[in-house]
Design a protein around this ligand. Structure first.
Ligand code: SAT
Ligand code: MN
Length: 588
């Protein structure tokens, strides 16, 4: 039974069904009995495996096809009418041409299968800042993941209007040669085919909440950003919020759920998680920037998550969680991944579905981009503001990436314009979150390179315009961090994880003018003695090294930025060109 009588919705579903020809159509109301039923069906076909219900209640395991384990940026398209609106960093094809191509791939793709209709909301249902979508999919795995990651069901169908985001997903043959993740921003439409992997198929996430939403935000005066949101509670009990943009698999989930080092915890410091991946940012009634998390769960990287690195994430995954491409421990029917503990199972199945012995196998058991999909409400440090439709006011924005050299532990922008420049020149080593080489430094402005739904230079201008609209007084202060500097042997120098709070403390003090900063060629920095090292075995000298700005490396960096900006030609905002010139001058 359809959950709505909305003609626009029903007509579109009819059209998609005529093309894909499913045997039946099932509406997803998100009720427990329906979810139980779908889980049972998926277990019967092997799509899911039920895990130990005593140790991991309501938890399931899924393995994707071996060729389908990450986002595919080279097969991701922004199809707007004019190519120049997509810009040089997006793949583009003429919308009519792309629709025609996809039509062939979707033709009869759901024959013998069920089409599930998922009405979902990004944001709290009914709130003025929520946006609605419908995803059609022939995958139960997608349905169950969407039921964790978004708000699904009748309540959404009741409020959905004509301007919903249309999303069509068909697994088809999981053929990598015919895999397409396509966005038609001018039509509010997303089409995904031949994949079953998270970022390619959970269409509410990167496709809607970043690519389509960034396009909408540009037109409507708000922002969709690849940012975690956290609240930092100080010993006075005051909670101050920041948003932080890091590329995929660079520790957003870990930072968002950080547990303070013992010396901080005793004094009353605490981190509250509002979101770990996506922030929608608007100008609030008080004229400040407010950020809300449109998602309802976490799609986090499993490897490296452990009792020490992120106990909150680990506890979040103890119930109601779907694990994808991790190790299946057959002795107790639980899961394992590299970096969980030092005790890999011997009687296990690896992410490819092959027998695996953690003691003797030379190969990794879990895929480096293996994931958990876990409900936000499970998180022990979920913010009391998580369900607040307006979100939280931002006092700071933090950019960061993985850089073995060049970028210091932390520095602060002179002002908003300089901060936008800092975001635009972000660079990071690539990770397993996307198909392709890992560990190559590439420019990833605001961590949005794979997610910006329009021309990147227009996006930078939008940041500058938002700054103008708000005014310097009320704007969050902008910072850059790098937890990933390495020594000669390639070891990380900074301990990271909970100790990152030591840097966040300085950031918040600066945001509230409670400490001074030292002027350097790239921005304001703390003195080594300004970072509290209490309870940490870390020398001031090493910290000085981490804060150091190597002028020669930075001159090289400037050359790279010039080259990068050239890609965008005349479109680079003049303000950013001026910032680059000023940086060059300060470096001498
Ligand atoms: O695979 S996702 O795009 O959902 C996660 C990520 O790469 O950030
Ligand atoms: Mn992400």
């Amino acid at each position: 039974m359809a959950l709505t009588t909305n003609r626009a919705v029903l007509d579109w579903i009819d059209e998609m069904a005529a093309m894909t020809q499913p045997d039946q159509i099932v509406w997803i109301d998100g009720t427990q009995s329906q979810i139980d039923d779908l889980r049972a069906q998926a277990c019967a076909t092997g799509e899911l495996e039920q895990l130990n219900q005593e140790l991991l209640p309501d938890c399931y395991l899924h393995r994707t096809a071996v060729n389908d384990v990450a986002r595919v940026e080279d097969r991701t398209f922004i199809c707007c009418r004019k190519q120049e609106d997509a810009g040089p960093t997006n793949n583009w094809m003429d919308p009519q041409e792309m629709y025609a191509k996809l039509k062939q791939l979707y033709a009869g793709a759901m024959k013998g299968r069920t089409m599930y209709v998922i009405p979902y909301s990004m944001g709290v249902v009914g709130s003025p800042f929520a946006k609605y979508g419908i995803e059609l999919t022939d995958s139960i795995y997608v349905v169950l993941n969407m039921c964790i990651m978004t708000r699904v069901g009748q309540a959404v169908a009741d409020v959905i209007g004509d301007d919903f985001v249309k999303g069509l997903h068909a697994k088809a043959d999981i053929d990598p040669e015919n895999r397409y993740i396509v966005h038609f921003p001018e039509d509010n439409t997303i089409m995904s085919v031949n994949s079953g992997y998270g970022g390619n198929v959970l269409l509410g996430k990167k496709c809607f909440a970043l690519r389509i939403a960034s396009y909408l935000g540009h037109n409507q005066g708000w922002m969709a950003e690849h940012m975690l949101i956290l609240g930092l509670q100080n010993p006075q009990g005051e909670v101050r919020y920041l948003g932080a943009a890091f590329p995929s698999a660079c520790g957003k989930t870990n930072l968002a759920m950080l547990i303070p080092p013992a010396a901080y915890k005793e004094k009353g410091w605490k981190v509250w998680c509002v979101g770990d991946d996506i922030a929608w940012i608007r100008v609030g009634e008080d004229g400040r920037l407010w950020a809300m998390n449109p998602e309802n769960g976490f799609f986090g990287v499993a490897p490296g998550t452990n009792e020490k690195s992120n106990p909150n994430a680990l506890h979040t995954t103890e119930k109601g969680t779907i694990f994808t491409n991790v190790v299946h421990n057959l002795d107790n029917n639980t899961v394992w991944w590299e970096g969980l503990d030092k005790n890999p199972p011997e009687n296990a199945v690896d992410w490819k579905g092959n027998p695996w012995n953690g003691k003797t196998s030379a190969e990794k058991g879990a895929h480096p981009n293996s994931r958990f999909t876990a409900p936000a409400k499970n998180c022990p440090c979920i913010s009391p503001e998580f369900e607040n439709p307006k979100g939280v006011p931002l006092s700071a924005i933090v950019f960061g990436g993985r850089r073995a050299k060049t970028a210091p532990l932390v520095y602060q922008a002179h002002n908003w314009q300089h901060g936008v420049f800092m975001g635009s020149i972000m660079a990071s080593e690539t990770t397993a979150a996307a198909a392709g080489a890992v560990g190559v430094v590439r420019r990833d402005p605001m961590a949005m390179l794979p997610f910006c739904g329009y021309h990147m230079a227009d996006y930078w201008q939008h940041w500058l315009d938002m700054g103008k609209a708000v005014g310097e007084e009320k704007l969050p202060k902008i910072f850059n961090v790098n937890w990933f500097r390495t020594d000669e042997e390639g070891n990380f120098i900074w301990p990271g994880f909970g100790d990152n709070l030591r840097v966040l403390e300085w950031i918040m003090k600066r945001a509230f003018d409670e400490t001074d900063g030292v002027e350097t060629p790239i921005g304001y920095q703390p003195r080594a003695t300004d970072i509290n090292l209490e309870g940490l075995d870390f020398s001031l000298e090493t910290l000085e090294g981490l804060l150091g700005v190597d002028v020669d490396l930075w001159k090289e960096e400037v050359k790279g930025i010039h080259e990068f900006y050239q890609k965008f030609g005349e479109k680079v905002p003049q303000a950013l060109v001026e910032e680059l010139d000023a940086l060059e001058q300060r470096l001498g």
